[in-house]
Design a protein. Structure first.
Length: 364
């Protein structure tokens, strides 16, 4: 919506009806009406200017019936459209709605009253907005279910395959051990996946609570490092630590460990074989800063603003549900802190910085 109010494209060739509509909406602080008398002119206007809603007649010199509505909808799929008609016809109204109109008004009855016309236009805009939100929610749900199915299938396939091999009788003890290790690893992947989903559900519903106490940031960091070490070692990734041993904060140690583990796991995922991750902890201005810097794949400028969004992992071209960094942001903010991400672009690595209140700030 423009700063001057609702910007309306009126497509009507009858000058009397044009005058009636413009006079009904003669409030420049609320409405800005641009009119044209032909469909081709309207399509050109939509391609060149920004509008909030289109009001169109069905009988134009170069289009009659639903043709005008269909072509306007094709030119501007997200645009709310209100149709002007000369007859009160419920069947026609339903046909218009199915063809993409948000509402229809009978000329004279609906257009002579500025109040009713303005209300119809604003309702049309709101209905279109809600419709787009619903479509987006449905797309997001479908994408999430597709990603979840993929993420569940991979470890389940390993578990089923290796368990079948063991049931049939492994040829030797070493093969048996490798099979059990694969099953165990896949079960851990499934456990973390379910835990992340439950955490997101608790966070969104406001049911996740923190058990706060005075915490050594280094002890939490070390616990996170111990958890990520096997995965990092498998890729021969070096993790260098530079930490202030006196750094303390007031928080939930389990949830803070989860924050750091997720950041480290994210870096390990996007760092190549024999890569490097640098972790630093320092105190400044009554705060504690934890920084995780890697030399991995990096983040494109377009994706960087969305890196902490839920289910955004696909934007970095990697498998996963994209919940880890979303959980990092939620938990950090629950602790009164903030988290940021920096990257010079793809192939340039990434830096994630968590800032938490220090012990002194918590005690204040």
């Amino acid at each position: 919506m423009s700063s001057s109010g609702l910007r309306i494209l009126l497509v009507e060739d009858n000058l009397g009806d044009v005058r009636l509509v413009t006079e009904s909406l003669a409030d420049p602080a609320r409405f800005d009406v641009v009119s044209c008398g032909r469909l081709d002119e309207a399509l050109k206007q939509l391609g060149e200017q920004q509008f909030d809603v289109v009001v169109t007649d069905l009988s134009l010199p170069d289009a009659t019936g639903l043709k005008a509505l269909v072509q306007l909808r094709a030119q501007a799929p997200a645009m709310p459209i209100v149709v002007l008609t000369g007859l009160e016809d419920e069947a026609l109204g339903m046909e218009l709605m199915h063809a993409g109109a948000q509402d229809y008004l009978v000329k004279g009855e609906g257009t002579s009253s500025g109040y009713h016309l303005a209300r119809a236009l604003r309702y049309a805009v709101e209905r279109k907005r809600l419709d787009e939100e619903l479509r987006y929610a449905n797309r997001t749900k479908d994408e999430f279910l597709a990603m979840l199915s993929h993420e569940l299938r991979t470890p389940l396939t390993v578990i089923l395959g290796r368990s079948q091999m063991l049931l049939e009788g492994a040829p030797d003890a070493q093969t048996t051990r490798h099979g059990l290790e694969a099953i165990h690893g896949s079960a851990r992947v499934l456990t973390r996946l379910v835990d992340d989903l439950l955490d997101i559900s608790r966070i969104v519903s406001g049911k996740l609570h923190l058990a706060r106490r005075l915490v050594s940031v280094n002890s939490v960091l070390q616990a996170a490092l111990d958890g990520i070490h096997p995965t990092a070692a498998a890729k021969q990734i070096q993790i260098k630590i530079s930490a202030d041993p006196e750094a303390m904060t007031w928080g939930d140690p389990t949830r803070l460990q989860q924050v750091l583990w997720n950041l480290l796991a994210n870096s390990v995922k996007f760092v190549e074989q024999n890569g490097r991750i640098d972790v630093s902890v320092r105190r400044f201005d009554g705060q504690v800063e934890i920084r995780v810097r890697d030399d991995g794949r990096g983040i494109s400028p377009d994706f960087l603003p969305h890196v902490f969004d839920r289910f955004s992992q696909a934007g970095r071209g990697h498998s996963g549900l994209g919940l880890g960094l979303a959980i990092v942001r939620y938990l950090t903010e629950m602790h009164g802190g903030e988290v940021t991400a920096e990257s010079s672009g793809e192939g340039q690595g990434a830096t994630f910085t968590v800032v938490l209140p220090s012990r002194a700030a918590a005690d204040a």
